[in-house]
Write a protein that binds this ligand. Sequence first.
Ligand code: AMP
Ligand code: GLY
Length: 416
Amino acid sequence: MRTLILGSGGREHALVYGIKRDGGEVFAIPGNDGMEEAICENIGVGEFEKIYDFIKREGIDLVIVGPENPLVEGIVDFMEDRGVKIFGPSKVASQLEGSKIFAKNFMSEYGIPTAKFEVYDSSKRAISDIEGGKFSFPVVLKCDGLAAGKGVVISNDKKGAISIVLDMMERKVFKDAGEKIVVEEFLEGKELSYMVISDGENFVPFVPSRDHKKVFDGERGPNTGGMGAIAWESLIDDEVKREIEEKIIKPVIRNFPRKYCEYRGVLYAGLMLTREGPKVLEFNCRFGDPETQPEIFKMDSSLLEVIERSIDGKLGDFSIKWKKGCSLCVVLASSGYPGKYEKGKEIMVGNLDEDVKVFYAGVEKRGGKYFTSGGRVLSLTGIGTDSEDARKKVYSNVEKIYFEGVHFRWDIGEII
Ligand code: AMP
Ligand code: GLY
């Protein structure tokens, strides 16, 4: 089996590791220098023709897509048209992540619980509604399109909200992503990531997980791509799990084909666990980053089998086996991240315990040494009997890794 993973971050390194564990040859485009298990080829994930040439040349049997952009741009349709076996939702299905308006309208139509919202294609109307008192505060403003995880802003007052509308729609801070916007009710509660893999009809859930988006301990500071994540069954009880599957996951998988087409691949529901029950903040059409790192580390089934069953429509009567306990990862980031960050710092890794794993992201290898080349440099992942045990395991190894300016959170997995 020759598998190609598209993407270059910690999520993709975890996918490489998961597939390699099952045997076979693993390739990555573009990958990163820390992916020692894979053969990397420096092609952009948006260069579909070049990727296709590589697939033919190398005799690739299966392609797994990491990031959302190529999915939303239709890589699955492109490759399937050419007879390539590829894992992920089609271009239309990926609209659930690619357009917040598409996702909100779909949820409204099928009664999937989410925040109350309004859609705007003109800043004048949005501002007039904000000024006219249509929304209570805080309020959440979202760009319709993909904005690299940055297109959501919360505002506490009218003045702030109006300035965000102008940033998004007039000053084009988020480029075309802000041509249309969603303004929605602020939901309170704990966040939860719920990922499933669907074969178009059936689905298998991953372990409930939670990422930590803020840069500093105690959920303070600006948002990042994620500073760590925990994957653990005990994050929710059976009743909440049932509610998520019955009211959110099933209605998507069952109704999507009625209106559009099959939804095959990962469906990631970003949820707020409110007092009225779980509500959807967003859908993603791909694996979460960094949630995938602890998920893959905890998985006790073959990742390759799960993915092949999804593509072949054979997930009915199948379930994923998981190692017991709580899995978590802590992200080590460059000085300055999530703002402008430093690069080119040598990474020193001491003698880590054998049962923890480093998943690399922003790294570069030169002369046999590793240097930082991105904001999120690597994540250290481990598993324990419960969250305290997992924290002990991971944090006792974190300080064996050093690069100048390194920073990370000390409270990953603490707030459960
Ligand atoms: P999204 O990309 O839609 O998941 O939004 C990014 C982050 O913004 C989420 O992880 C939440 O922390 C926050 N967020 C989004 N929508 C809401 C909402 N309606 N209420 C409260 N927080 C929200
Ligand atoms: N961890 C959030 C995301 O992958 O979108």
